[in-house]
Ligand binder design. Structure first.
Ligand code: NAD
Length: 252
């Protein structure tokens, strides 16, 4: 059992059907929050929500494509109808693809930017007026160490994650006076399905990257979720517009 750090709060976690988002949803719920998991993966999302709250009273799944403005409006409206308010938004949904400046196609670029960057913009926009009106709220945007360092070989992903970092600081300054905090998390190498992309890119790449982590291992998603909980709850009451790294010492 948790410490009720989110008792009475309502959270939306995008891309929460699996990986870090699923871990955040479960942790937030164990801390007393009502949680809405959203994703394009309907089966995984429904299973995860049922695992967290078998009777659906404190965690539900909603189908949601973060690139779609109408989907965002529907998810926020349905959350308010069901649970009364939105206190926390974790913009977690994201995709990773290899591709350097020479070989990245415009389609690949547009897909990554629309999910990782525009998705976060639309998410913040969808809750900003509601949270500001209630004079309370925490938005947690999942960027990456790739949003703080140069990343050869994935131009679109790097651009999208630097943008998340920049948008976070910008919106934090805009909403601070309304009691809404906005921070970014910068994970290093976390053991989720996303990392399988590394394996597909070539034998030994994942091992080679792991060897560059000073702590010598990838993280479990819960190690990121705990940081997301800190930012979601009042423990981080004086932090906004800040960047929080969780990377086992990976960053230079
Ligand atoms: N795994 C890592 O090492 C790592 C490192 C740094 C940052 N991140 C970031 O963490 C976040 C979570 O990634 P993860 O590692 O848990 O990967 P994951 O692939 O397991 O989870 C990402 C989730 O986002 C969902 N998603 C993708 N496109 C979507 C869309 N258009 N609308 C709604 N949902 C969508 C996926 O279906 C999936 O459930 C991502 O933003 C990712 O970029 C991951």
């Amino acid at each position: 059992m948790g410490n009720n750090k989110l008792l009475g709060k309502v959270a939306i976690v995008s891309g929460g059907a699996r990986g870090m988002g699923a871990s955040e949803a479960a942790l937030f719920n164990s801390e007393g929050a009502k949680v809405v998991i959203t994703d394009i993966l309907d089966e995984d999302g429904k299973l995860k929500a049922k695992e967290i709250s078998p009777d659906g009273s404190s965690c539900v799944f909603m189908h949601h494509d973060v690139t779609n403005k109408d989907n965002w409006a529907a998810v926020v409206a349905a959350t308010i109808e069901l649970f009364g308010q939105v206190d926390v938004l974790v913009n977690n949904a994201g995709v990773f693809e290899f591709g350097g400046i020479v070989d990245t196609t415009l389609d690949q670029w547009n897909r990554t930017i629309s999910i990782n960057q525009t998705g976060v913009f639309l998410g913040m926009q969808a809750v900003a007026a509601h949270m500001s009106g209630r004079k309370t709220g925490s938005i947690v945007n999942i960027s990456s160490v790739a949003g703080m360092t140069a990343s050869p070989g994935f131009i679109a992903y790097g651009a999208s994650k630097w943008a998340v970092r920049g948008m976070t600081k910008s919106v934090a300054k805009e909403l601070a006076a309304f009691g809404v905090r906005v921070n970014s998390i910068h994970p290093g190498i976390i053991d989720t399905v996303m990392l399988q992309t590394f394996e597909q890119a070539g034998d030994g790449i994942r091992d080679a990257i792991r060897q560059r982590i000073p702590m010598g291992r990838e993280a479990d998603p819960i190690e990121v979720a705990r940081l997301a909980l800190y930012l979601a709850c009042e423990d981080s009451s004086y932090s906004t517009g800040s960047e929080f790294v969780v990377d086992g010492g990976f960053m230079p």
